[in-house]
Design a protein around this ligand. Structure first.
Ligand code: DGP
Length: 138
């Protein structure tokens, strides 16, 4: 499948739709997931137009991993997360629903189940105070 430049994350990258931003550099962008599976669920995307891990250039993959690690540390510290889960779904059969490569950063606590994937949209006003805590730990 060819990369669709009108996927929702491409629109976020172009500033055509808003996001609750955590961090940005020349190769990556991080923002809050609007359908969080736990409080603090964050996404990291490359600026390169690539659907998944298989299409990413080595350079973009390195930048994506470096930013994911940076944001995971800030999520852990800023939210006092006991555990942090990193996931990347590659291809519809793996559950991918937005076809621009991305890592999920999902805070976890023992005995607390995660929410379902890509369900239940949360308003920016709910995400903003959580994002502020993560940003303050960068
Ligand atoms: P995946 O299924 O791995 O492609 O995950 C896509 C994630 O993106 C899912 O957790 C829900 C989230 N999401 C979908 N639409 C939007 C959006 O418009 N803004 C933000 N911030 N997240 C979105």
């Amino acid at each position: 499948m060819a990369y669709d430049p009108n996927n929702i994350f491409a629109k976020i990258l172009r500033g055509e739709i808003p996001c609750v931003k955590i961090y940005e550099d020349d190769k990556t962008l991080s923002f809050m997931d609007v359908m969080p599976q736990s409080e603090g669920h964050t996404l990291v995307i490359p600026k390169e137009a690539a659907e998944n891990i298989f299409e990413l250039s080595d350079d973009a993959a390195k930048a994506l991993m470096a930013t994911t690690r940076k944001i995971a540390k800030a999520v852990k510290k800023g939210l006092n997360a006991p555990g942090v889960m990193l996931t990347m779904l590659n291809g519809a059969p793996a559950g991918q629903s937005v076809f621009h490569a991305h890592f999920h950063i999902i805070p976890r606590s023992a005995g607390v189940d995660m929410g379902l994937h890509a369900r239940g949209m949360v308003p920016a006003s709910t995400l903003e105070p959580i994002a502020a805590k993560i940003r303050s730990a960068l």
